[in-house]
Structures are given as structure tokens and as C-alpha cells.
Design a protein around this ligand. Structure first.
Ligand SMILES: CCCCCCCC/C=C\CCCCCCCC(=O)SCCNC(=O)CCNC(=O)[C@H](O)C(C)(C)COP(=O)(O)OP(=O)(O)OC[C@H]1O[C@@H](n2cnc3c(N)ncnc32)[C@H](O)[C@@H]1OP(=O)(O)O
Length: 188
């Protein structure tokens, strides 16, 4: 079957330059926001994804799939798998480059069902950068990073400044959060 990834990245890109202070291999990434549906521990029904930096500027994100995530009996819902991919790819871009990013485009190929009680391992990498555009891809495998391939995806993430979150989000929460990212020295 032909894949949709033939023209990826779709524009000329430069290789990513991970930030000198980016977390080193072996580092477990903190939740980027405690109320995030993807990674936050304050969200009762959240996915509670966990990400760790691996060698070669790769990030491994795990999603423990439970009955709460079913779309059909015993099988994970595709939308939630895409959500996990969104978080995994976004975390890879944001944390390795140390820039705030938002998803502009996300594409998922579902290759194999993901059963309840399995853990999806999403391995993500930055494929290139073109100005504010960061192209990231990843693949999700069942129960191990070399397990059965279940999903593949690609995302376009756009670098934004704090004004994006202030304009569109909850300014009070943003002000609290920006203190945590003050060392990123973007335009905070
Ligand atoms: C104080 C707070 C700090 C927080 C820091 C946290 C750091 C933690 C680090 C990391 C963890 C991250 C984990 C996140 C995981 C979850 C991520 C999500 O789910 S994000 C929510 C969903 N996404 C949105 O809500 C975006 C909605 N869209 C927008 O707001 C705008 O459309 C935006 C910002 C994406 C672009 O708008 P424009 O006005 O700024 O820029 P324009 O010119 O339109 O686009 C820029 C370039 O991108 C292309 N572009 C934009 N959208 C595109 C698309 N859909 N397809 C293809 N190209 C697109 C355009 O053609 C343009 O390209 P050309 O520069 O001209 O070459």
C-alpha cells in the first residue's frame, strides 16, 4: 500500500538544532501543563502520557491503553491514538527545541488495532524546520519500541509566542505557566 508520507517534509527544511539546554537522553519529561488532557496529572480522564528523551534526538512517549479508551470492544479509539500522537510530536518539537509550539496539521495512519491493556510506545523525531514551521513524525508500536507497528503520523507545529496563549486562552493560567518557562528566554 502506498504511504501518504512520500512528500514529507513537504517543503525544503533545515535540520533541527536541539537547544543546548534541551533535556539529555534518559530524561523523563515533566508534564508540560498539569491540566493538559494528554500529559497532565490533574485531568481525571486524561491520557497521562509519559515522555522520555532517547538517543539521537528521539522522544519515546507511552500511552497505557485501558477500557476507558475503547472505540470498539477491546480496541483503542482512533481519535485518542491521534491525540496521543499530537502530544508526543508536540512535546518532541517543544522540548527539544525549547520553543512553544501549537499543532497546525496532524495526520495519522492506523496500521494495526491497539488492544486494551497494551501500552503504545510512540517514537518521535523532528524531521526539519522551516522558519516557524516544525515538521515532526512518529510511529507507535505495541508494548515495545520494536513491537507491532500500530500507528504512523506526521505533524506540522508552528512556533508561537506567549501572546498566542494570552490572546486565545486563559490569561491567568498562562501567567502562572510562563514563570515555569522563563528560562526558555523566548519572548516571554
Ligand atoms: C506561557 C505558555 C507557554 C507554554 C509553553 C509550553 C511549552 C511546552 C512545550 C511543548 C509541549 C507541547 C505539547 C503540545 C501538544 C498539544 C498541541 C496542541 O494540541 S495545540 C492546540 C491545537 N492547535 C491550535 O489550537 C492551533 C490553531 N491554529 C492557530 O492558532 C494558527 O492557525 C497558527 C498559530 C497555527 C498559525 O497561525 P499564524 O497566523 O501564526 O501563522 P500563519 O501564517 O497562518 O501560518 C504560519 C505558516 O504555517 C503554515 N500553515 C499554517 N497552518 C497550516 C496547515 N494547517 N497546513 C499547512 N501549512 C500551514 C502557513 O501557510 C504559514 O506558512 P508560511 O510561513 O507562509 O510558509
Amino acid at each position: 500500500m502506498s504511504t501518504t508520507a512520500q512528500n514529507w517534509p513537504p517543503v525544503e527544511v533545515e535540520p533541527p538544532k536541539p537547544h543546548p539546554d534541551a533535556p539529555s537522553p534518559g530524561t523523563a519529561l515533566e508534564q508540560h501543563f498539569h491540566h493538559c488532557f494528554g500529559c497532565g496529572d490533574e485531568v481525571e480522564s486524561g491520557l497521562r502520557l509519559r515522555s522520555t528523551v532517547a538517543d539521537d534526538n528521539v522522544v519515546v512517549t507511552t500511552f497505557a491503553v485501558t477500557k476507558a479508551h475503547q472505540g470498539s470492544p477491546g480496541i483503542a479509539h482512533g481519535g485518542l491514538l491521534s491525540c496521543a500522537l499530537d502530544e508526543a510530536l508536540g512535546a518532541t518539537a517543544g522540548r527539544l527545541l525549547q520553543i512553544p509550539v501549537v499543532t497546525a496539521r496532524l495526520e495519522t495512519d492506523f496500521r494495526h488495532p491497539v488492544p486494551v491493556d497494551s501500552t503504545l510506545y510512540i517514537v518521535s523525531r523532528i524531521d526539519g524546520v522551516a522558519g516557524r514551521k516544525v515538521y515532526v513524525s512518529g510511529e507507535g508500536r505495541i508494548d515495545a519500541t520494536d513491537g507491532q507497528l500500530a500507528i504512523e503520523g506526521r505533524g506540522l507545529f508552528i512556533t508561537v509566542g506567549v501572546e498566542h496563549f494570552l490572546k486565545h486562552g486563559d490569561a491567568e493560567q498562562v501567567q502562572r505557566l510562563r514563570e515555569r518557562y522563563a528560562s526558555w528566554n523566548i519572548n516571554f
